[in-house]
Design a protein around this ligand. Structure first.
Ligand code: PMP
Length: 416
């Protein structure tokens, strides 16, 4: 038979595993995140996973989406199944400006670049601004996916402390001054001002003003990452930093949390010159973001009451947040503390003195509960006394059961 051989298959890849020198220096920074390593065990059915950050899309009207997508193929298939432009579909960019108006942003659709999730926007922004060794300022802790991008581009991350009101302006000022004294200038501040991942806190309005003032004074670019801004549980959405400082902020948005992460549609809103570079970077990265996904989102926004849908999602997440906070209040041993999110998906917990969340993780998995150790959210090894809990995915009774198991694990650790 043609192609048949009596020899066992040769594993040709093996050489590439061993030969580190073949890889570009930037590949050394590409290591599996602690979250990825955890997922395999956390997804076992007997484990309550408070680890993942996947949105709960069971709240979506799948029948509506299905008929929208089928109509899309039948009526606009020649566009939806074709290449699009690097900057993204003009109608969708217009609709994105309507979405951003909800967080106070008045924008021209021409300044929007559609990306493959906001994750790709993070990659493109870093690609156009950062050379190896460049400094990026990030909150402490920060989004693990952003840290992965910064590592891939060989940036040096300098963390700036937060408290219950978000990034602390004095610490930002100090970080910039300390770097200046070393003759260094950060390329940008990467910040998640609203419903932070993983910290679960939001910048107060006064802090927003103070941060903008500091960045203005030091002529520092801000990359504002806002995937959760419309998923607040109280009052009106917070005003984006970009709303008050259009020339200094690159704003990143996403439909992953308000519609579907599977379609991979996000965007960057940037001042003209930066927008031009982002479009060129997008062209070389993907030629264009997927037309089908863009038109799917665009059709959904045009034909469905998406604002009511977001309201329903908020209610679902609020119920889960409430379940987590009341379980924590009822069950956690004293001297364990945690943040009280007013939106988004995450609670950040600080363990009693002397406990290490990474060392505790195998015991937690044995007790059938998963979380993400705090060190995943730092570029510098800090965070071992902390961990991230997510309430976005499991139903309320499972959340309570997960917290009960975690409390028991912490109590056992304290007795050791
Ligand atoms: N930024 C933050 C803070 C996030 O939490 C996430 C998703 N977990 C992203 C960006 C990326 O989201 P996406 O690429 O799905 O838009």
């Amino acid at each position: 038979m043609e192609g048949r051989s009596d020899h066992p298959p040769v594993h040709r890849e093996t050489r590439f595993d061993a030969d580190v020198a073949r890889y570009a220096a930037r590949a050394k920074g590409m290591v599996a995140s602690e979250i990825r390593a955890l997922f395999a065990v956390a997804n076992r059915p007997e484990v309550v996973s408070l680890a993942g950050g996947s949105p709960n899309i069971s709240g979506l009207p799948l029948d509506v989406v299905s008929s929208l997508l089928s109509d899309l193929v039948l009526q606009r298939g020649t566009v939806a199944l074709q290449y699009s432009t690097a900057q993204g579909d003009p109608t969708l960019r217009e609709q994105i400006t309507d979405v951003m108006r909800l967080v106070g942003i008045e924008a021209n659709p021409d300044d929007v670049v559609v990306t493959v999730g906001s994750q790709q926007a993070l990659d493109l922004v870093t690609r156009i601004f950062c050379d190896p060794g460049d400094v990026v300022l990030c909150e402490a802790p920060s989004y693990v996916g952003a840290l992965g991008v910064f590592a891939a581009y060989q940036c040096q991350v300098v963390h700036v402390a937060m408290d219950d009101e978000g990034l602390v302006p004095e610490h930002l000022e100090n970080a910039i001054r300390t770097l200046a004294a070393q003759g260094r200038r950060p390329k940008f501040l990467y910040t998640i001002p609203t419903y932070h991942n993983p910290a679960g806190v939001s910048l107060s309005p006064q802090r927003r003003e103070a941060i903008l003032e500091i960045c203005h004074r030091h002529d520092l670019l801000i990359v504002e990452d806002d995937p959760y801004g419309l998923l607040g549980f109280e009052g009106e959405p917070s005003r984006a930093l970009r709303a008050d400082e259009p020339a200094r902020v690159v704003y990143l948005g996403s439909f992953s949390k308000t519609f579907s992460p599977g379609l991979r549609v996000g965007w960057a809103l940037a001042p003209h010159a930066i927008r031009d570079k982002l479009v060129l970077a997008q062209e070389s990265a993907t030629l264009c973001p997927p037309a089908f996904s863009q038109l799917a989102v665009s059709t959904y926004l045009a034909n469905h009451d998406w604002q009511s849908q977001i309201k329903a999602l908020r209610e679902m997440y609020r119920e889960r947040r409430d379940a987590m906070l009341s379980a924590l209040d009822d069950l956690m041993p004293p001297s364990t503390t945690w943040t009280k999110p007013k939106g988004g998906f995450f609670v950040w917990m600080t363990l009693p003195e002397g406990l290490d969340s990474k060392a505790m993780s195998p015991r937690a998995i044995r007790e059938r509960v998963a979380y993400v150790p705090g060190t995943a959210f730092y570029a510098d090894g800090f965070g071992s006394q902390c961990l991230r809990l997510s309430y976005c995915f499991p139903p309320p009774d499972r959340i309570r059961e997960g917290v009960r198991r975690l409390a028991a694990v912490i109590e056992q650790e304290l007795e050791l």
